[in-house]
Design a protein around this ligand. Structure first.
Ligand code: 5GP
Length: 212
């Protein structure tokens, strides 16, 4: 087996560590997809980067695992010190990708997996053009709205904002390298498809992330 020739190693790190962005509108099921990917167990190939947010912690969320929960002042300090690869206000809260988390993953030969919103994805793609952008879409806008309502984590006002943003975000799907439909009840199929895309691009070797 040749190392560095673009072939995937079964047990070792990938030959071409990539920055992989999984994006899509709020409520499309990105968290569930990430969980399904984690169950497929790609250690040590995939590193899921924990991002920062000023949003309040939801029940069940764990500091340092779900997010790094920070105050607005802490967030702004990180941003001003250049610690964030991108920083965006999403649905009224700040979210940002720690540069260090991405760097550490790539330096360790792992694919850095980012689960971020559409605006953040564009910014990252702007500074890391070789990043792989995977856009997850719902089978329909109605399905998405039903999901947002069912999870009951937003106020009526927040829900309305996320619905409006979803329509805008779905219109941007051409900005992505791949579009994957997350069919109702088939999250494993979605995870498998994402895994296939990553493997295919890894073999291609053209997306090796250089510097972030
Ligand atoms: P939620 O509040 O539902 O956890 O996340 C809201 C949106 O922010 C989701 O689309 C999520 O993927 C996105 N998000 C999470 N972390 C980041 C980040 O670091 N940067 C950006 N731009 N979006 C993020």
């Amino acid at each position: 087996m040749s190392v560095g020739g673009g072939e995937s190693l079964v047990d070792g790190p990938p030959a071409n560590p990539m920055l992989v962005i999984i994006s899509g509108p709020s409520g499309v099921g990105k968290d569930t997809i990430i969980e399904a990917l984690q169950k497929r167990d790609h250690r040590p190939l995939y590193h899921y980067v924990v991002t920062c947010t000023t949003r309040g912690r939801r029940p069940g969320e764990i500091e340092g695992v779900s997010y790094n929960f920070v105050s607005v002042a802490e967030f702004m300090a990180l941003r001003d010190e250049g610690e964030l690869l991108e920083a965006n206000e999403v649905h009224g809260n700040w979210y940002g990708t720690p540069r260090a988390g991405v760097r550490a993953a790539l330096a360790g030969g792992q694919h850095a997996i980012l689960k971020i919103d559409v605006q953040g994805a564009r910014v990252v793609k702007g500074c890391v053009p070789e990043a792989l952008l995977i856009f997850v879409v719902p089978p329909s806008l109605d399905t998405l709205v039903e999901h947002l309502k069912a999870r009951r984590t937003e106020t009526a006002e927040q829900l309305e904002l996320r619905q409006r943003n979803a329509a805008i975000e779905l219109a941007r799907k051409d900005d992505y390298d791949y579009v994957v439909v997350n069919e109702e009840g088939h999250v494993d199929v979605t995870a498998e498809r994402i895994e296939e895309i990553i493997e295919q691009e890894e073999r291609g070797g053209a997306r090796r992330a250089v510097a972030v």
